[in-house]
Design a protein around this ligand. Structure first.
Ligand SMILES: *[C@@H]1O[C@H](CO)[C@@H](O)[C@H](O)[C@H]1NC(C)=O
Ligand SMILES: *[C@@H]1O[C@H](CO)[C@@H](O)[C@H](O)[C@H]1NC(C)=O
Ligand SMILES: *[C@@H]1O[C@H](CO)[C@@H](O)[C@H](O)[C@H]1NC(C)=O
Ligand SMILES: *[C@@H]1O[C@H](CO)[C@@H](O)[C@H](O)[C@H]1NC(C)=O
Ligand SMILES: *[C@@H]1O[C@H](CO)[C@@H](O)[C@H](O)[C@H]1NC(C)=O
Ligand SMILES: *[C@@H]1O[C@H](CO)[C@@H](O)[C@H](O)[C@H]1NC(C)=O
Ligand SMILES: *[C@@H]1O[C@H](CO)[C@@H](O)[C@H](O)[C@H]1NC(C)=O
Ligand SMILES: *[C@@H]1O[C@H](CO)[C@@H](O)[C@H](O)[C@H]1NC(C)=O
Ligand SMILES: *[C@@H]1O[C@H](CO)[C@@H](O)[C@H](O)[C@H]1NC(C)=O
Length: 509
């Protein structure tokens, strides 16, 4: 699995330029460096190119990042959305000026909104749907021609869920609102250390337990969020000032307590939240602190997937800490730690978007890089700040995530106003949908197969492309109107190797 990634990052020869170079003049440098110019080190040393503007009238948009290795070619992949027209320069910036950095086979390709959408749809059809063939037979296994096949999707197997908070325990309206929509959830704060052990040695899981009971009663699967948080400001107040020794002891107790309590009851753990931005545990306990807690969590709950969980990996091109390549580097460190051999690992990207246009191209390139590890990616906390096109941007982000082949789940951190969800509010105080709430309901509808009626051909076959999930199918014999109802599941396990065949044998016809 890791070999794929290093090969991806360290090639003997670079890939051909994608799209033949697209808009780039002289992408393969066949004509020396015609069209390319060199910027002196002076400007870079002044540090102006880091995040701000390169020239008075120009603006630097960070499009991507790669960690180059010696002696081979690395793929630098990125993207940007240009909301302007005019000449642009592509700037390759190198942190280490003591080494030569070579660039070859550059490609810049333009996509219209429609092209982007159509590519998304193509990918969605491939990764979320499967071609099914119903093979209807009757007496002596003879094909039944002209039978009506009515297909109804019962549940969707793609995990699209939502954050919940403690208000769910006291508001029946919130319970109904949530349970009628979602089968996957994350508690926004209630399982965190600062919630379950407010004062030292005074553990109290009352709220978290009750929320988990609500989830269980309603068939809702829950992600464990989180065991630790690397942000020094987000520790229980009594933890902040502990000595190294005392912290070690308290943290050992914490991980034992929460993971044992919920072992086998959750679908994921965010083990060390935000360890690309913060280093509370690394600073106090050493460089391997995160890796050690993953190993510990894995021992206590071996069948549950252990996630990293970060912000700004897909949503912000300027924050260098959590870029996809840095994410993979940290993940590699954790996974190569001896105790983590065999651990199920997952990639959590939070997806807290600002109020402006999301950069979907960058988002896709980040997901591509993360996806090259072969590990499942979840969007874990998606929301979009309020702004003029909030619901539109929210929809674009969710569509991009849903159609990406490496994304295996999406949780939005949104909800009703009554429960305090004030970044992306889905329902007003009367629990009527906001425009963002309409987007969620519409997408959940779009990502399911509506009722389909098809008829078998002379071979007794009826074919249709279906979203993954559980279904009922009703087959009606044309002559007698006798019906048979059977349940089936579309898994997508055959990965597009021809249609998945489902045999239905009619007792009489
Ligand atoms: C760049 O891609 C071309 C194919 O388009 C390939 O022939 C060439 O070898 C590549 N460049 C290098 C340095 O390998
Ligand atoms: C960068 O450009 C913007 C808009 O063109 C301008 O407002 C800002 O002051 C510039 N910043 C610097 C550091 O030059
Ligand atoms: C259809 O179902 C019948 C009866 O089970 C079986 O004999 C036949 O091989 C099936 N056809 C295909 C194409 O799977
Ligand atoms: C079969 O399906 C067609 C089209 O959906 C419908 O008009 C017809 O009434 C159905 N026949 C039976 C026997 O259900
Ligand atoms: C635990 O928390 C619950 C809910 O906040 C509270 O009602 C209860 O009194 C707490 N128990 C203790 C022993 O503090
Ligand atoms: C990036 O990480 C470093 C080291 O942990 C930290 O000092 C810095 O504040 C982080 N930057 C951001 C934008 O979070
Ligand atoms: C961290 O763990 C690695 C093994 O993954 C080990 O080689 C290294 O020495 C450890 N570092 C420290 C500071 O303990
Ligand atoms: C949103 O809620 C948070 C937490 O309850 C609060 O701190 C913040 O001020 C609220 N923001 C707005 C714009 O109401
Ligand atoms: C079967 O159902 C269709 C549509 O509901 C109806 O038109 C037809 O008369 C029925 N045939 C028999 C044999 O009952």
């Amino acid at each position: 699995m890791w070999a794929i990634y290093s090969c991806f990052l360290c090639l003997e020869k670079p890939h051909k330029p994608h799209h033949g170079g697209g808009l780039i003049f002289n992408p393969e440098f066949k004509h020396d460096i015609e069209g390319w110019t060199l910027f002196g080190h002076g400007a870079m040393k002044e540090g102006r190119s880091q995040d701000g503007n390169r020239t008075a009238e120009g603006k630097l948009i960070r499009g991507g990042m790669a960690i180059a290795k010696h002696g081979c070619w690395s793929l630098l992949k990125g993207g940007m959305v240009a909301r302007f027209s005019g000449p642009v320069e592509i700037l390759f910036e190198c942190k280490n000026t003591k080494v030569d950095t070579w660039v070859d086979n550059v490609s810049l390709q333009q996509f219209t909104h429609e092209e982007w959408r159509s590519h998304q749809q193509k990918s969605l059809n491939k990764v979320r749907k499967t071609d099914m063939r119903f093979n209807v037979t009757c007496n002596n296994n003879t094909p039944l021609k002209g039978a009506n096949v009515t297909i109804k999707q019962i549940t969707s197997s793609f995990p699209f869920g939502c954050g919940i908070n403690h208000h769910i325990l006291t508001s029946e309206a919130y319970q109904n609102w949530f349970a009628s929509r979602f089968k996957f959830a994350t508690f926004t704060n209630e399982m965190k250390w600062y919630s379950t052990e407010r004062a030292e040695d005074k553990e109290n899981y009352t709220i978290s337990d009750s929320m988990l009971r609500f989830a269980k009663e309603n068939g809702i699967a829950v992600r464990g969020h989180n065991i630790f948080w690397d942000n020094p400001k987000q520790q229980p107040s009594w933890v902040k000032s502990l000595s190294r020794r005392a912290l070690q002891k308290a943290a050992a107790k914490r991980i034992n307590s929460v993971v044992k309590r919920y072992s086998g009851k959750l679908i994921a753990w965010d083990v060390m939240n935000e360890n690309l931005h913060f280093r509370f545990y690394e600073e106090k306990l050493g460089e391997n602190a995160s890796a050690e807690y993953y190993a510990e969590a894995y021992q206590l709950d071996p069948r549950t997937r252990m996630f990293m969980n970060e912000y700004n990996t897909i949503e912000n091109t300027r924050d260098v800490n959590a870029t996809a390549v840095n994410y993979v580097k940290k993940l590699e460190q954790i996974l190569s730690y001896p105790g983590n051999k065999g651990m199920l690992a997952g990639i959590g990207v939070q997806g807290h978007f600002g109020p402006g246009h999301p950069n979907l191209v960058y988002m896709r390139s980040a997901l591509d890089i993360l996806g090259s590890t072969g590990l499942p990616i979840w969007l874990t906390e998606v929301d979009v700040e309020r702004g003029p096109n909030q619901e539109l941007f929210f929809e674009e982000i969710l569509r991009e995530g849903y159609s990406h082949p490496a994304v295996e789940g999406i949780i939005i951190f949104a909800g009703p106003e009554a429960a305090g969800f004030n970044v992306t509010t889905l329902a007003a105080t009367d629990f009527k949908n906001t425009p963002a709430g309409d987007v969620v309901d519409k997408l959940m509808q779009n990502w399911k197969t509506g009722t389909k009626e098809i008829t078998t051909d002379t071979k007794g076959f009826a074919e249709v492309s279906l979203f993954h999930g559980d279904y009922n199918v009703i087959v009606t014999v044309p002559k007698t109107n006798d019906t048979t109802t059977v349940g089936f599941t579309v898994t997508g396990d055959n990965k597009g190797a021809g249609p998945e065949v489902f045999d239905i044998h009619m007792a009489s016809c």
